[in-house]
Design a protein around this ligand. Structure first.
Ligand SMILES: Cc1cc2nc3c(=O)[nH]c(=O)nc-3n(C[C@H](O)[C@H](O)[C@H](O)COP(=O)(O)OP(=O)(O)OC[C@H]3O[C@@H](n4cnc5c(N)ncnc54)[C@H](O)[C@@H]3O)c2cc1C
Length: 533
């Protein structure tokens, strides 16, 4: 799979079709690893109307690793609490408490703002979105893909790319072109949504006030004093339907709408592509999966697909990644996206159960502190992991499971000052940590000296030694001043940990297991080929 030398001179090795949140995140991930990318979208300019609003804690962590968290937080509205009401009475609630992330709450921000902020970053990195350029077909062979596009400026042309990623949404033409199946169901129910300001609505802006009785009405806070109101209806009316107003009045009798947009109507779906990769063509985001929007996971899942795929595809394009590394994208993300699709179906079945038993079960579930914690945790997406992936190895860590995303740890002191684990992991390549635990500094130095040659072929790997109780004086060493990193990894003896560029632990073993380390890295990267990512 030698993509690097097979695309024609002057062409970008990767063509990404669709500049929605998924395509943009992927393009950023590729570009920041030095991979030229051609990002096309059939629209003449970015969309102004948007669907998604909730950015979950895990996705904010990803944005933070790209230096974008502050920009999103400045535009968005934190959501701390989700409440459920019937006939004006609050029946259940959960909130985000003690979430194991630097970001405790969800962020509400219009998807069009998300697209704007990601586009801005892509352009800062030197990228350009080719608007008014529509994908119409492809033909792939062993070395590359001929992609036919139709653009306003050039008409119909064929371009060659080494790899193509379809991030072109639910009706993906790329998915059609490779003949992939998209199995699942279409929900018959009609939904409406509009943005508005609310007057005489003294309720907390950091709270969702859901009313799940028929007709269901969900007011979600947006930034800039606006609310986005989702509702179920049987008829697509041009104005806001009276039953929606009646539901809002059940919560606040004098509520009014100021500057409401006309409602948009939509149907929802629950589908999963049979595979996320056929040859040199991959799928991500809504092109690969569609989940019921009731839980607001779709865009987050697409961004996380792109985050999983970006470093792998970059490594392969740069001639360093193995075929197995790229194949693990489908193995890892299809499993997780399948779980999300399934969970969306279950949640929807609960709330639409005509007997009312589903809702009663939901409120009973949320009446216990355990139920509330489970609901909040599922919302955050920080627990999604890849335990069955062929790219992670069984580990011995009792703290963080191998295959899971590694949470943050503060208090790491180096010669250059204090930092946190997530800050350290933000660089484009993998990180190898040698945790010294209570071993004598000299012993740790000897272990590090034995490990270093194994990593020699991989320029972009950050190798760090982390001691507990001994000050870090040399570059590449850190002191775990509060022991938080050792504790997080459940480590009490010297331990070697490999953390992938997407922040997931892929190996945890004893420092002397050098062959195991070499085999593990060799599964991902071609040994001795220079920088991996
Ligand atoms: C009402 C509603 C509420 C939602 N709320 C949430 C939420 O709160 N949180 C959440 O995570 N998700 C939510 N979702 C889901 C979310 O909107 C989608 O999952 C997300 O937009 C998918 O992003 P994407 O980039 O994969 O695809 P899209 O956003 O669909 O982007 C695809 C892009 O591809 C372009 N394109 C299409 N065809 C072609 C072609 N042939 N050639 C070139 N370009 C093409 C399109 O113009 C578009 O720009 C919601 C969905 C709905 C319907």
């Amino acid at each position: 799979m030698a993509g690097e030398d097979t695309f024609q001179t002057g062409e970008s090795p990767v063509m990404v079709v669709g500049a929605g949140p998924t395509g943009l995140l992927l393009a950023i991930e590729l570009l920041r690893r030095g991979v030229a990318v051609r990002l096309i979208d059939r629209l003449p300019k970015p969309v102004e109307w948007s669907q998604a609003i909730f950015i979950k804690q895990r996705t904010i962590e990803i944005l933070a690793s790209l230096g974008l968290a502050e920009r999103f937080i400045a535009e968005g509205q934190w959501v701390r609490r989700v409440t459920f009401h019937s006939e004006g009475r609050q029946l259940a609630a959960y909130e985000f408490k003690n979430i194991d992330s630097p970001f405790q709450n969800m962020l509400s921000i219009s998807e069009s703002d998300t697209i704007h902020l990601l586009t801005e970053r892509f352009i800062e990195l030197g990228g350009r979105v080719e608007y008014a350029t529509e994908f119409v077909g492809l033909a792939q062979d062993a070395d590359g893909v001929d992609v036919t596009v139709r653009s306003t400026d050039e008409g119909v042309t064929t371009r060659r790319a080494a790899w193509v990623v379809g991030t072109d949404g639910y009706h993906s033409a790329v998915r059609e072109a490779i003949g992939d199946d998209f199995d699942g169901r279409n929900y018959p129910e009609l939904w409406g949504v509009f943005d508005t300001r609310l007057t005489e609505w003294p309720r907390a802006r950091d709270t969702v006030h859901a009313q799940l009785d028929t007709p269901l009405v969900l007011p979600f806070p947006l930034g800039a004093d606006r609310w986005r109101i989702y509702f179920r209806t049987d008829v697509a009316e041009p104005g806001v339907p009276e039953p929606v107003m009646a539901r809002l009045r059940a919560l606040e009798p004098d509520v009014g709408l100021a500057d409401p947009q006309p409602p948009q109507y939509f149907h929802s779906h629950s589908k999963l592509a049979r595979t996320f990769q056929i040859g040199r063509v991959l799928l991500a985001g809504d092109a690969a999966h569609a989940s019921n929007p009731i839980q607001g996971h779709g865009m987050n899942a697409g961004i996380q697909d792109a985050h999983n795929l970006g470093w792998k595809l970059a490594a392969v394009v740069n001639g360093r990644g193995t075929e197995a590394l790229l194949a693990s994208y489908d193995a890892e993300r299809r499993a997780v996206d399948g779980e999300i699709v399934h969970a969306g179906d279950e949640a929807y079945a609960w709330i639409t159960d005509a007997t009312g038993e589903g809702l009663a079960e939901l409120y009973t579930f949320l009446s216990t502190s355990e139920g509330r914690a489970v609901a909040a945790m599922a919302e955050t997406e920080i627990g999604l992991c890849y335990p069955q992936s062929p790219m992670v190895c069984e580990g011995m860590s009792e703290g963080t499971a191998v295959g899971a995303r590694l949470g943050d740890a503060a208090g790491l002191l180096g010669p250059e000052g204090a930092t946190s684990l997530h800050q350290l992991l933000a660089h484009p390549g993998p990180t190898v940590l040698l945790l010294g635990a209570d071993a004598a500094p000299e012993t740790v130095r000897e272990m590090a000296a034995a490990i270093a040659p194994v990593l020699d072929g991989f320029d972009d790997i950050a190798f760090l030694t982390v001691t507990r109780g001994a000050p870090a004086i040399a570059s590449g060493t850190l002191e775990d001043s509060e022991g938080l990193l050792h504790k997080r990894l459940g480590v009490d003896a010297p331990t070697l940990v490999v953390i992938r560029p997407d922040g997931f632990v892929s190996l945890c073993c004893a420092p002397g297991e050098l062959e195991r380390l070499a085999t593990h890295l060799g599964r991902m990267y071609r040994a001795g080929t220079g920088q991996p990512g």
